[in-house]
Design a protein around this ligand. Structure first.
Ligand code: SF4
Length: 424
């Protein structure tokens, strides 16, 4: 057997496969939408419809478990989805996996998986696979297989890096944090930035831009959406969700939000997406919640998306707000929380979630202040409108923090999860 015949029998090429068309909560790798696949005896490599590598999963004894997989984002970050090694993942994240990230974040779970032998080996095998494909005689493959393999070759690591940079250039910078609610679509969102900066520039925050709040022009938003359509190209059919960035898009107001959401719907042709259940995600703040007119929520509720707004409240304790250097008072936080719960009950297609902090060195009055909102102000458990707890830099003893979280979760009358900062 020649080296090439051996390669052909070793490598199984499937240019187009069909995954699930609806996001589901499951504890094993689930391919979504339309994608291509190359299988070797040791690995399954998944590719999007532009030939960019998207997932790697081990198949042999070397790989820890079939419930772990690597996934690449459009911003060219690799994430490791760990479902096998953690008990209670769902309790902490609302998903059956823990996303492990290769960059500095507020993660409180596990070690750096990217240092593990089998993860390093998986990346090595991807590079090895590219070398094998280069040596293949393409005349032995069907036209569809050949075209797919050529696309895969074209999307070399350097090109993928450049494409990640191009995405950030189109939207005007990296998305430093995605709303926690984007977990519902496994973080597969198209980012469209409608406003920059935020209202508070809080002292504790590690994702802030440091800029004052400003809304982009309609023309800039349309140009951005058109450039994004070109960027996502053939793979756009696999997206049905949009993140309107960045840190307080809600403050951009009704006209801009509805304009951007509708333009994204039309230009991305989201009604043609193979994925069901389109969703819109954005961040809000206490002030944007309180100043928003009711017709903003009425209009969002009528859009062809289910809309999720994550509001950063952080604490209802004046001492903690002062420690965090967040220029908010308790009264505003309580009012914003009450409006959030009111909207969640009134509008079927809207879900407002709240973000609070958790950390080792916060005043003892902090967690009781959140329970005052999420327990005492609610008559019973409400399944809509999660409370996310975002670990601060100084988390201290991880187990102690998770115990605190579990105690909070038991008493909280909203679904409660840990919030991991993920970028795009
Ligand atoms: S917590 Fe929110 S409002 Fe405060 S600085 Fe960070 S992004 Fe801005």
């Amino acid at each position: 057997m020649t080296a090439e015949t051996e390669n052909i029998t070793r490598i199984k090429v499937i240019p187009e496969k069909q995954g699930a068309f609806e996001y589901i909560k499951i504890s094993c790798p689930m391919p979504y939408g339309l994608y291509g696949e190359i299988r070797t005896p040791g690995y399954i490599f998944g590719f999007n419809r532009n030939g960019e590598i998207k997932t790697i999963q081990g198949r042999s004894g070397e790989w820890l478990t079939c419930a772990e997989w690597l996934k690449r984002t459009a911003g060219n970050d690799w994430q490791y989805f760990s479902a096998g090694g953690y008990t209670g993942a769902y309790n902490y994240t609302g998903e059956y996996y823990i996303p492990c990230l290769p960059y500095q974040t507020n993660a409180i779970f596990g070690e750096n998986v990217f240092e593990r032998h089998e993860v390093k080996e998986a990346f090595k095998q991807w590079h090895h696979l590219r070398g094998e494909i280069e040596r293949l005689d393409f005349t032995r493959f069907s036209a569809a297989e050949e075209s797919f393999l050529r696309q895969v070759l074209e999307m070399a690591p350097e090109k993928l890096r450049q494409r990640g940079e191009l995405l950030h250039k189109i939207i005007g910078g990296m998305v430093t944090v995605l709303p926690p609610d984007t977990r519902h679509v496994e973080y597969d969102v198209i980012p469209v930035v409608v406003a920059d900066g935020c209202l508070y520039n809080c002292g504790f925050c590690r994702v802030k831009s440091g800029r004052g709040f400003s809304v982009r022009s309609r023309q800039a938003v349309v140009e951005q959406i058109e450039a994004l359509k070109h960027f996502y190209s053939r793979d756009i059919i696999n997206y049905n969700s949009v993140f309107l960035g960045q840190h307080d898009a809600l403050y951009a107001g009704r006209d801009m939000l509805c304009f951007a959401a509708q333009k994204a719907w039309e230009i991305f042709e989201l009604e043609k997406s193979v994925m069901k259940g389109p969703r819109l995600f954005l961040f809000g703040s206490a002030d944007s919640m309180l100043t928003a007119e009711e017709n903003l929520f009425e209009t969002l509720n009528r859009l062809p998306f289910s809309t999720f707004i994550n509001v950063g409240l952080e604490s209802a304790d004046p001492h903690t707000l002062s420690v965090l250097q967040k220029p908010l008072n308790r009264e505003k936080v309580v009012k914003a929380f009450d409006r959030m719960t009111g909207i969640n009950r009134k509008y079927q297609n809207l879900e407002i979630t709240a973000n609070f902090v958790i950390g080792a060195r916060l005043p003892d009055t902090h967690l009781p202040s959140i329970l005052e909102l999420t327990r005492n102000r609610l008559a019973h458990f409400y399944p809509k409108g999660a409370a996310y707890l975002s670990p601060l830099e100084e988390i201290g003893d991880k187990n102690r923090l998770l115990t605190k979280f579990n105690e909070f979760k038991t008493l909280c009358r909203l679904p409660a999860y840990i919030y991991l900062i993920q970028r795009l």
